[in-house]
Write a new protein. Structure first.
Length: 244
């Protein structure tokens, strides 16, 4: 090897050594900065989690379980390693259960419709809901009615030509799974309806029932099982026409 080549090799080796030292030095300088950044980020997350925790506590005090459940789930998901998440996890399962019950209660209540209006020479007040099964165009409507002339009645109004019932027939029904046969009859006016004979006992039993099934026969569709989700009924919304 010539002196020139040897000199160049030494220069390259020295340069590589200096670069390696510089790289190590640079890494040494960055390591504390990255640790500080991670620590700062963790503090930011902890602060945000604590802020959300305060909101969660306020929602619990206000008994707003649905919003509390949603916020609690968000805290646990986005800030899993914080003290705030640990606190939320202690109450979240019960809050979620109550929120689910509240949502279901609101859903059932929304199934009912309450109306007051003129009807054939008088005024009528109704509380009604459509069957869960069958649904759509084949749904049957359960109606509680008060009329200033005709009094109180309970009947179902169906699609097509209505129901099959000879004289006083018996509908095999179940209230929350327990047998509860119902006496029924067809109106003489020909509407596609069927009336419950004992309206007052029916209403009293229905108020304590979440789900009613009835086995009926339709003139257009043969035998069917009607299902009504009655658990959202609110008697205070069914106007008593006898009261001013």
């Amino acid at each position: 090897m010539t002196r020139s080549l040897l000199h160049r090799s030494l220069i390259v080796a020295a340069s590589c050594g200096l670069l390696a030292v510089a790289a190590c030095s640079q890494q040494g300088q960055n390591a504390p900065s990255q640790a500080d950044a991670a620590k700062a980020q963790a503090q930011v997350e902890a602060n945000e989690a604590n802020t959300q925790l305060q909101n969660y506590r306020q929602l619990l005090q206000a008994k707003n379980d649905e919003m509390a459940a949603e916020l609690g789930q968000d805290i646990v998901q986005h800030f899993p390693n914080t003290d705030a998440a640990k606190e939320v996890q202690q109450t979240l399962p019960e809050v979620e259960q109550r929120a689910k019950a509240a949502t279901e209660k609101r859903r059932l209540a929304a199934l009912w419709t309450y109306q007051v209006g003129p009807m054939e020479g008088g005024t009528q007040s109704t509380a009604s809901l459509f069957s869960e099964r069958p649904s759509g165009d084949h749904a049957v409507r359960l109606i509680l009615r008060r009329h200033t002339k005709w009094g109180q009645s309970v009947f179902m109004f169906g699609p097509g030509h209505g129901f099959v019932c000879k004289g006083n027939c018996v509908i095999q029904a179940q209230f929350d799974g327990k047998p509860h046969p119902l006496r029924a009859f067809l109106p003489t006016t020909g509407e596609p309806a069927i009336f419950i004979r004992d309206d007052k006992p029916f209403i009293e039993a229905m108020e304590k029932t979440k789900r009613i099934t009835m086995d009926v026969e339709m003139q257009d569709g043969g035998k069917q099982t009607l299902v009504f989700e009655t658990g959202g009924y609110d008697p205070s919304k069914w106007t008593d026409l006898g009261k001013k």
